[in-house]
Design a binder for this molecule. Structure first.
Ligand SMILES: [Ca+2]
Ligand SMILES: [Ca+2]
Length: 435
């Protein structure tokens, strides 16, 4: 509630003299989604089926003043229907999702600086994405410089603080910085290059159980630090075809261990100019895994702050870490406001000595990033995921989406999941209004 008060006060107290030369825009989104998920533990012996409704409300105010000063504030309420417990309770589900100031023409240059809490999304979102499917969505406390932005190209340089040891409950700092360049200088092609630096000051000094950070040690030398260098190229071929390639290399250290990892992904699609405008889609994703858990090198590729939902299956099980997965699918677009399709993903591990990592992003550290731990010899084939989905833009502002997915477990899940390793199901129906 206090955010709401700050929010209203901030925008009512702007001096009247400024109003004449400024623009003022209110944007918002209301999204409700019912989901049914069964067997997300891939074990039919334990009953974990559930049906729930999630609600997300976003309300944003943007004001742009003369001489290149702009403000954007966006509050968000993210909740589960029924989490208040009674009809008279009030929980604190409101948060400031974004709140930043934009300043243009710094010292008469072509630099735009954005300071404050903000979404970061680059390329296809494979490494840095806003993860819009999630009921909260990613945002960073960051300073971001856009240098020489034109319609044709863009260079962003940013630094974000994710964990600050100044906060009472946080022991060590975690930061994420980078530079991302994108150009459309060549016709029908987008070329991007980036360098990213992730730092986590916690103490990672265990050689054998790599997944447990010892947060309270005073030894600052056992931190995690790694660079990601990569490139992404999107090509439009002819009228109907597109091809996309992204590759990245990671180098760094976690405590006494060296990090050497790489990943690449290829996606493509061909749209037929026939009735229903079907598009054939395919893709392959490789992210290196760690072949030897007790040597001095980490080979697991980090998916950083990925939006895996859009690239590696609607069920959000697979990630870009330790994976060798491909998919093919077909999507129909009978009208500009209606699309539906189906995709089949074949999800496998790159190394069966390494774990199956969660789609929410693996940062080479915390134990909760593992969906299933490594069991050497359990095989590499994790499962096949079949997704059906549809999306309809109804009237001007209303979007309806629905889908069903089935994850069919293969040898890795069967060999690591006990006797009753079994398939997982997910269905959803969502309604979104934007304004
Ligand atoms: Ca179960
Ligand atoms: Ca290793």
């Amino acid at each position: 509630m206090k955010y709401l008060v700050q929010f209203v006060v901030m925008f009512c107290l702007v001096p009247a003299g400024l109003r004449g030369q400024s623009s003022f825009e209110i944007t918002g989104e209301l999204r409700s989604r019912v989901e049914a998920i069964d067997n997300s533990d891939f074990n039919s012996e334990r009953l974990d089926g559930r049906v729930f409704v999630q609600n997300r409300m976003r309300l944003g105010v943007e004001r742009n003043f003369a001489r290149g000063i702009g403000l954007f504030v966006q509050i968000q309420d993210s909740r589960l229907w029924g989490e208040e417990g009674t009809s008279l309770a009030s929980i604190d589900a409101i948060d400031m999702h974004q709140a930043y100031v934009n300043i243009e023409h710094i010292a008469n240059s072509d630099i735009v600086v954005r300071i404050g809490r903000q979404e970061l999304h680059f390329g296809s979102g494979r490494l840095i994405g806003r993860y819009d499917w999630h009921n909260v969505g990613r945002a960073f406390d960051a300073i971001n410089l856009e240098i020489g932005r034109t319609d044709e190209q863009q260079l962003s340089v940013w630094s974000a603080i994710i964990r600050s040891n100044t906060a009472a409950h946080i022991m060590r700092n975690q930061t994420f910085s980078g530079a991302w360049f994108s150009t459309k200088r060549w016709p029908r092609a987008t070329v991007e290059a980036y360098g990213l630096l992730f730092f986590d000051g916690r103490n990672y000094d265990s050689l054998t159980d790599l997944s447990v950070p010892i947060a309270r040690s005073e030894d600052g030398d056992n931190h995690l630090l790694f660079w990601t260098f990569g490139s992404r190229i999107v090509l439009e071929i002819g009228k109907n075809m597109h091809l996309e390639f992204e590759g990245a290399y990671q180098i760094g250290e976690r405590g006494p261990l060296d990090i050497r990892a790489f990943g690449y992904a290829v996606d493509g699609g061909y749209r037929f100019s026939t009735a229903l405008s079907p598009e054939m889609q395919f893709g392959y994703t490789f992210g290196s895994g760690d072949s030897d858990a007790i040597d001095t090198e980490i080979g697991t590729f980090s998916s950083l702050f990925a939006d895996a939902h859009t690239t590696l299956g609607n069920m959000d099980y697979a990630s870009w870490s330790n994976t060798s997965s491909f998919y093919f699918g077909i999507e129909f677009q009978p009208t500009t406001n209606f699309e539906f399709g189906g995709t089949l993903h074949f999800i496998a591990l790159a190394e069966d000595n390494d774990a199956f990592y969660s789609a929410e992003g693996y940062l080479l550290g915390a134990p909760n990033e593992v969906l299933r731990r490594a069991v050497p010899g359990a095989g590499t084939s994790v499962g096949r995921e079949l997704d059906f989905y549809g999306m309809l833009h109804l009237r001007e502002r209303l979007k309806i989406e629905a889908g069903v997915s089935l994850f069919m477990v293969d040898e890795f899940m069967k060999n690591t999941g006990g006797l009753r390793a079994d398939d997982s199901f997910r269905g959803y129906l969502g309604l979104q209004v934007g304004f």
